[in-house]
Design a protein around this ligand. Structure first.
Ligand code: NAD
Length: 501
């Protein structure tokens, strides 16, 4: 179940110290608009409230949808080239302020500044550049039925007002992965970032006008999922919802949107396996599997959380993997020597820790990290939500640690004997998002990749992405795919036209 900071809602004027806090405003119809109530937002690395986020509801969503509807006729009739130029300009402006965005993302989310600087913000910039380019290269289909004297062709048009809902782990990265294709295709949008990480979306709004984005094309409404998110999902004039977040929330969104027959794209959780065969190159596999397990505090939907190692190299892998994991330093996200920052919230930290306790209670062995090694934090970070990279061995496949998404720096290592066996065990979870396979036998990696129930399979690598190709999960990991062609198809409606001569 997703874990959130408890919203502490208070009237704006009642907060005596609000002048010391960063106060965000909704962005509707090209203007920043204050809200009548706010949510406290914490700096995860200190545990202090530092920001106040609008606690929007139906009224604010209604205003944003109206602004998006008003902007739609003009924006959707602009040429792809005009829209592309604006997207490129926005990319340039974010890139110009990259350092400020990276600092803000790190403070808001808890991730290291290095990660925000090298992954989150560059990718947000690239999302705009990528869709600015890809929108210029789509072709529609045409067939001829000579015997009937007909040609058929397809035509694609933007859908209308797109509702975009994003999570807290890669805030600007994932929000722009939705905004860029949506507006490139000619839609207007109402976006709702996570209430826990709203700052960089608000900063981006400040650049829209300068980039040439007309008023009302991008509207951002801040607030909780239950109030603002649900108002967007239930709005009858929002025909399309693109959602990234937990499987549980997706179920709720599916139910709530069903009466309106909305177009849905759902990018959800994972319980991703790494399968490491006896002939794997451990000099590549170990550092990459450390990253795939612990990057961004393990708070990436694509992170590895079940490591299956073939019996012949199991002991050696475990020894070397744990030794390397112990070298990962957790601490102040601004410290360049730190590999892991803080988890998103106190509640989430407690939830992640509780999985480690449950594994121990079931007889598993915690080899490093939580409860085993001591966490040495600078004085200013003592109240932050930190934990160490944690490796657990001898875990049963039925254990909650092997079945449920933990979404933190915890990974389980288990042994296997045969290819057939490991495929079955890797597929024995409800999720199907991503997998990695390590072997120097090309035939083996092809065979295993084909049989894994997983939307993405990386062999002998992790997280190398070509945005042209489909991204998304199977089973409880999602519905639909995102990417150059897939996002274009999702954010447009297709029509088949027949001409008889
Ligand atoms: P979450 O589902 O709690 O929240 C995601 C977003 O949905 C937030 O903006 C939230 O406010 C909103 N929301 C919550 N309830 C809602 C409702 N009833 N109606 C409308 N909106 C609602 O997820 P989270 O905790 O923010 O993010 C972590 C989850 O996201 C993990 O499960 C992770 O695997 C998943 N995730 C998936 C991908 C992917 O591409 N597959 C990428 C990143 C994160």
């Amino acid at each position: 179940m997703p874990c959130r900071k408890k919203p502490q809602i208070s009237k704006r004027l009642m907060m005596a110290h609000s002048k010391d806090l960063l106060v965000l405003e909704n962005f509707i119809g090209g203007k920043f608009v204050p809200c009548s109530s706010y949510i406290d937002s914490y700096n995860p690395s200190t545990g202090d409230v530092y920001c106040r986020v609008p606690d929007s509801g139906k009224e604010e969503v209604e205003a944003a949808v109206r602004a998006a509807q008003d902007a739609f006729p003009v924006w959707s009739s602009r040429s792809p080239l005009e829209r592309s130029q604006i997207l490129n300009k926005l990319a340039d402006l974010i890139e110009h302020d990259l350092e400020a965005f990276a600092k803000a993302e790190s403070k808001d989310q808890g991730k290291t500044i290095t990660f925000a600087r090298t992954v989150d913000i560059p990718r947000a910039v690239y999302n705009f550049r990528f869709f600015a380019s890809s929108i210029l290269h789509h072709v529609t289909e045409c067939t001829e039925m000579a015997t009937m004297g007909c040609v058929h062709y397809t035509s694609r048009a933007p859908v209308g007002v797109a509702g975009l809902i994003s999570p807290w782990n890669l805030p600007l990265y994932l929000l722009t992965w939705k905004i860029a294709p949506a507006i490139a295709c000619g839609n207007t949008v109402v976006a709702k970032p996570s209430e826990m990480t709203s700052v960089t979306a608000w900063m981006m709004c400040k650049l829209l006008e300068k980039a040439g984005v007309p008023h009302g094309v991008v509207n951002v409404v801040f607030g909780t999922g239950a109030k603002a998110g649900e108002a967007l999902v239930c709005h009858p004039d929002v025909p399309l919802i693109s959602f990234t977040g937990s499987t549980l929330t997706a179920q709720r969104i599916t139910e709530k949107s069903a009466p309106h027959c909305k177009k849905l794209s759902l990018e959800l959780g994972g319980k991703n396996p790494a399968i490491i065969f006896n002939d794997a190159d451990l000099s590549q596999c170990i550092p990459t599997t450390l990253k795939s397990s612990f990057a961004n505090q393990g708070e990436i939907c694509l992170c590895t959380s079940r490591i299956f190692v073939q019996r012949g190299i199991y002991s050696e892998f475990l020894k070397r993997f744990v030794a390397e994991a112990k070298k990962w330093k957790a601490g102040n996200p601004s410290d360049p020597t730190v590999s892991m920052g803080a988890l998103i919230s106190k509640e989430h930290l407690e939830k992640v820790r509780s999985y480690v306790k449950r594994a121990q209670a079931e007889g598993a062995r915690v080899l490093c990290g939580e409860g085993v090694d001591s966490l040495d934090l600078p004085p200013g970070n003592k109240k932050g939500y930190f934990m160490l990279p944690t490796v657990i061995a001898e875990v049963k496949d039925e254990s909650c640690c092997m079945q449920e998404e933990i979404f933190g720096p915890v990974t389980c290592v288990v042994a296997f004997d045969t290819e057939e066996e490991v495929i079955k065990r890797a597929n024995s979870v409800k999720y199907g998002l991503a997998a990695t396979v390590w072997s120097s036998n090309v035939g083996c990696v092809h065979r295993v990749a084909r049989r894994l129930q997983s939307g993405l399979v990386w062999t002998n690598c992790w997280l190398i992405r070509d945005l042209n190709l489909p991204f998304g999960g199977m089973k409880a990991s999602g519905i639909g795919r995102e990417g150059a062609k897939d996002s274009y198809e999702f954010f447009t409606e297709v029509k088949t036209i027949t001409i008889k001569h």
